[in-house]
Design a binder for this molecule. Structure first.
Ligand code: 5GP
Length: 124
C-alpha cells in the first residue's frame, strides 16, 4: 500500500507553525500538544515530525531513529505528566487509523489519555 500524505492537513499546519498549540514537548522527532477537545483531564497528542499518514505508514516508512525517537517522546510525555504507572495512575494510548478507526486527521498521532479512570476500551 502506498500512502499519500496531504501536507494541508491540520497537524502539518501545526508543525509549520501556522496554527498555535499548547505545546508539551518539541524535539527532533516529535511534537506533543494538548488536544483542542479533550476527552479526559489529560489529553495530549503526540505526532512525529515526518510526513506519515498513520501507524502503518510510520512503521513501514520511517527510519529506525524516527521510530525510536517517537516512542521515547511518548514515554517522555507520560513521565513529565506524572501519569506513568511507575509512580502515577496510568494512561491509555490510542492511535486511530483509516475508516473503521475513525481517524480524522491524516497525520499519524497517538492520543495520550489520563487523569481519571478511563473505563472499558470500547463501549458499543
Ligand atoms: P483522530 O480522530 O484523527 O484520531 O483525532 C484527531 C484529534 O485532533 C481530535 O481529538 C481533535 O480534537 C484534535 N484536533 C483537531 N484539530 C485540532 C487543532 O487544531 N488543534 C489541536 N490541538 N487539536 C486538534
Amino acid at each position: 500500500m502506498t500512502y499519500s500524505y496531504d501536507p494541508r492537513n491540520i497537524f502539518a499546519r501545526i508543525l509549520r507553525g501556522e496554527i498555535p498549540t499548547k505545546t508539551v514537548l518539541d524535539n527532533e522527532y516529535a511534537l506533543a500538544f494538548r488536544d483542542i477537545a479533550p476527552k479526559a483531564p489529560l489529553h495530549i497528542l503526540v505526532i512525529p515530525k515526518g510526513p506519515y499518514v498513520n501507524a502503518d505508514h510510520f512503521a513501514t516508512g520511517a527510519s529506525d531513529a524516527e521510530i525510536a525517537g517517537f516512542a521515547k517522546a511518548v514515554a517522555e510525555v507520560t513521565r513529565q505528566s506524572r501519569v506513568n504507572p511507575d509512580g502515577g495512575k496510568g494512561y491509555r494510548l490510542i492511535a486511530n487509523a483509516g475508516e473503521h478507526g475513525l481517524q480524522e486527521v491524516p497525520h499519524y498521532h497517538v492520543h495520550v489519555l489520563a487523569g481519571r479512570h478511563l473505563g472499558p476500551l470500547l463501549v458499543d
